[in-house]
Design a protein around this ligand. Structure first.
Ligand SMILES: C[S@@+](CC[C@H](N)C(=O)[O-])C[C@H]1O[C@@H](n2cnc3c(N)ncnc32)[C@H](O)[C@@H]1O
Ligand code: SF4
Length: 354
C-alpha cells in the first residue's frame, strides 16, 4: 500500500514552469530510449530466450524521430528538466545519434547531456558526439575477464572494443567517464576487485549496481543480488575507502573515495537501499511513451498527439498531468518475495531506457 503523501510538506514552486509530483519531487532528468534494439543480450536485461531472432522490435516508423524526441525534450525542459540522458537498448545502434545530440544541445536550459552505452561502438563516435555537445558518457562493463564478460552479455565478444571506447571517450574529453557494472552473485562478483583495480588512479569512476528486478523476463531472484554492503566489506579488506559526504539530490550512487587518493567508487543499491525519495527522473520510451518510474507498468502516449499535430501547450499539459499525478516509489515498497511470486507487469528496460 502507498502511504498518503503529506502535501503540507510539498515546497512551494519557485518558478511557474517547475512541476512537482505528489511526493514533492521535481522533474529534473529525462532519460530517453532512442533504440529498443541491442547488440548484446545481457541475461539481466534482454535474455536471449525472449529476445531471439523472431522477437518483434519496433519498426523504424514506430520509433520517435529525432525531431519528435527533441521537441518532447524541449517541452520537458519547460517543466524543469535540466539533464538529458540518451540510452536504450543500445543508443549507438541508432544511425546519426550525434545529430540528435546537436539538436538537444540547442535547447536552452539543458545543463547536462549524457549517454549510457555498452561501449562496443563508442570508439567510432566519441569525438563526433563530443563535438556535437555531449558532455558525459557512462559505459556498461561488468567484468574484465573475457569469459565472465561474455556470460554477462549473453555470449558476445567485444571486451577490447569496450575498453577502446572508454579510452576514446577520455581522449575526446567526455570525462569523467563512469563505468557501470551490474553484479550478479556467482557470475561476476569474483571479478569486481580486478575491475576496480584496473580503473584506480584513472579518470574513470566505477559504479557497482545491484541486480534489479526490472521488466518481467530477467529471472530476478533476491539471492542473485550482492548487497552493496557486502561488496564494500570486500573492497575495504583490500583498499581503505571512506564515504563521501551526502548524495547530491537526485543522485543515485552512494560515493566512496579511496583513502590513498586513487579516485572514487559508486554504489547503486536500488534493492537494499532504495533512493525513490528524491528520484527526479522521467523516461521517454523509444516508441514515445512517457513514464514516471523505471518500474512502471503504464505511461502516457506522446507519439499519437505528436503525430496528430498537437501544439507544445498540449504536450506540456500531458507531461505535467503525468508528473503531478506521480507517486511511484516501487523500490522502497518492493517486497522481494512478492517481486518473485507476484511480479507486476513492468515495462522492459531496453524499451523504457535504463
Ligand atoms: C538498459 S542499459 C541501456 C544502455 C546500454 N545498452 C548499456 O548497456 O549501457 C542501461 C543500464 O542499465 C543496466 N541494467 C540493465 N538491466 C539491469 C538490471 N536488471 N539490474 C541492474 N542494472 C541493469 C545496464 O547494466 C546498463 O548500465
Ligand atoms: S544492459 Fe544494455 S547492453 Fe545489455 S542487453 Fe540491456 S540494453 Fe543491451
Amino acid at each position: 500500500m502507498h502511504d498518503e503523501p503529506d502535501m503540507s510538506a510539498v515546497p512551494a514552486l519557485p518558478d511557474r514552469g517547475l512541476v512537482r509530483d505528489r511526493l514533492g519531487r521535481p522533474m529534473r532528468d529525462l532519460r530517453i530510449s532512442v533504440m529498443d534494439r541491442c547488440n548484446f543480450r545481457c541475461p539481466y536485461c534482454m535474455p536471449r530466450e525472449t529476445f531471439h531472432e523472431r522477437y518483434r522490435f519496433l519498426k523504424s516508423s514506430e520509433r520517435l524521430s529525432f525531431e519528435e524526441i527533441a521537441r518532447t525534450a524541449r517541452v520537458a525542459v519547460g517543466l524543469g528538466v535540466r539533464k538529458i540522458r540518451l540510452t536504450g537498448g543500445e543508443p549507438l545502434l541508432r544511425a546519426g545519434l550525434a545529430e540528435l545530440v546537436a539538436e538537444i544541445s540547442t535547447i536552452e536550459g539543458v545543463d547536462d547531456i549524457a549517454l549510457t552505452t555498452n561501449g562496443v561502438l563508442l570508439a567510432n563516435h566519441a569525438a563526433e558526439l563530443k563535438g556535437n555537445g555531449l558532455h558525459r558518457v557512462t559505459v556498461s562493463l561488468d567484468s574484465l575477464d573475457e569469459a565472465v564478460f561474455e556470460r554477462m552479455n549473453g555470449g558476445f565478444g567485444g571486451l577490447h572494443q569496450v575498453l577502446d571506447g572508454i579510452e576514446a571517450a577520455l581522449e575526446a574529453g567526455l570525462g569523467p567517464v563512469k563505468v557501470n557494472a551490474v553484479v550478479k552473485r556467482g557470475v561476476n562478483d569474483h571479478t569486481v576487485l580486478p575491475l576496480l583495480e584496473r580503473f584506480r588512479g584513472t579518470a574513470v569512476i566505477v559504479r557497482l549496481i545491484e541486480f534489479m528486478d526490472v521488466g518481467n523476463r530477467n529471472s530476478w531472484r533476491p539471492d542473485a543480488v550482492v548487497p552493496s554492503s557486502e561488496l564494500l566489506d570486500s573492497i575495504r579488506a583490500r583498499w581503505p575507502v571512506s564515504a563521501l559526504p551526502g548524495r547530491i539530490r537526485g543522485e543515485v550512487a552512494e560515493r566512496y573515495a579511496y583513502d590513498d587518493g586513487a579516485g572514487e567508487i559508486g554504489f547503486i543499491s536500488s534493492v537494499t537501499a532504495p533512493f525513490c525519495g528524491d528520484c527526479s527522473r522521467a523516461r521517454l520510451s523509444s516508441e514515445g511513451v512517457f513514464y514516471t518510474c523505471l518500474f512502471a507498468s503504464q505511461g502516457t502516449d506522446l507519439r499519437s498527439p505528436l503525430r496528430a499535430g498537437a501544439a507544445d501547450d498540449e504536450l506540456l499539459a500531458l507531461i505535467r498531468r503525468a508528473w503531478t499525478g506521480r507517486d511511484d516509489r516501487y523500490s522502497e515498497l518492493r517486497d522481494p518475495k512478492d517481486a518473485v511470486e507476484h511480479p507486476l507487469r513492468k515495462i522492459e528496460m531496453h524499451y523504457i531506457g535504463g
